[in-house]
Design a protein around this ligand. Structure first.
Ligand SMILES: *[C@@H]1O[C@H](CO)[C@@H](O)[C@H](O)[C@H]1NC(C)=O
Ligand SMILES: *[C@@H]1O[C@H](CO)[C@@H](O)[C@H](O)[C@H]1NC(C)=O
Length: 277
């Protein structure tokens, strides 16, 4: 795969990914953090994002093993990558305009999985807040004994099963949960008891948990062909961008990610929505 045809709006080869990365930084995003070289996505981004958009971190100069100074990445960055991976983000292109479920969505791919049956890729839509809390949709959560009542609900996709995302302290994973990015774990209904204990201990607050009604899942080859057909831009995002999407209203996330990517992607973020063909 990977041979996008001529009509594919978004090229997906590596050279393209690198050359298209001229995200404009908004003032709120120009807070630089030292690239944490123990997180491999930051290392990759430090090679891809133009040095002019990175700040030199004088404090880390003596320790660097790279040639040249270590640069600091902005807290929020995004760049395209050539193939999907667990922890990447899928950004809907205009090809999905008119698709009631997926138009202008940003999906966090929790697992890429494999070609085996029941092990296909799945994730949750990050930018469909339902603006309601658990206690408003399920009376059993109103009861004080269940700690989940004040957690917010999102629409995660059309496949019927619930998933939650959990923000953890300072990038430390929580034992027994799978981490998808530093500081972000996910779990299923069967994990709720464990989470309930963590909340009662005070290790987690209702704001740290987001519940998704439904999720998005594909057959492995189906996802690759949708990417090939230009439905999705496969994107790597900073963990700051993902954690902010979990803590603030994510309804502008689609254009935010595209603008951070710059070039043709930034243009796509400005395009008026096409009517369903
Ligand atoms: C970098 O990440 C590692 C592992 O996620 C963490 O232990 C370390 O404290 C982080 N360093 C900084 C400077 O944030
Ligand atoms: C929306 O897009 C998804 C993914 O390509 C597809 O499976 C689905 O059939 C589409 N739905 C409509 C109503 O077009």
């Amino acid at each position: 795969w990977g041979k996008g045809d001529a009509s594919t709006p978004i090229g997906d080869d590596d050279a393209d990914a690198v050359s298209q990365n001229h995200g404009e930084l908004k003032s709120s995003d120009t807070m630089y953090v030292p690239s944490n070289l123990s997180y491999w996505r930051d290392v990759r981004a430090s090679f891809v994002i133009p040095k002019s958009e990175q700040a030199v971190d004088v404090n880390t100069l003596p320790q660097t093993s790279f040639d040249g100074p270590v640069h600091c990445l902005p807290r929020k960055w995004a760049h395209s990558i050539s193939a999907p991976e667990s922890g990447c983000v899928l950004v809907a292109t205009e090809e999905l305009d008119g698709n009631g479920t997926f138009e202008r969505t940003v999906i966090l791919l929790l697992k890429l999985g494999s070609r085996d049956a029941y092990d296909g890729p799945f994730g949750v839509i990050l930018n469909r807040p339902l603006y309601t809390k658990m206690k408003h949709v399920n009376p059993s959560f109103r009861d004080q004994a269940t700690p989940f009542g004040d957690c917010s609900l999102f629409f995660g996709g059309p496949v019927d099963m619930s998933i939650f995302l959990m923000r953890t302290n300072e990038g430390r994973p929580i034992k027994g949960f799978e981490e998808v990015a530093p500081g972000v774990c996910f779990g299923f209904r069967t994990d709720l008891q464990k989470v309930g204990h963590l909340m009662k201990n005070g290790a987690l607050s209702p704001d740290d948990l987001k519940f998704y009604v439904g999720y998005s899942a594909w057959d492995h080859d189906q996802l690759l062909s949708e990417i090939d057909a230009g439905y999705w831009v496969v994107t790597s995002c900073s963990s700051g961008l993902i954690t902010d999407a979990l803590t603030t209203d994510p309804s502008c996330l689609w254009s935010e990610v595209l603008q951070l990517m710059g070039g043709q992607y930034a243009e796509l973020s400005q395009k008026p929505k096409e009517d369903g063909a």
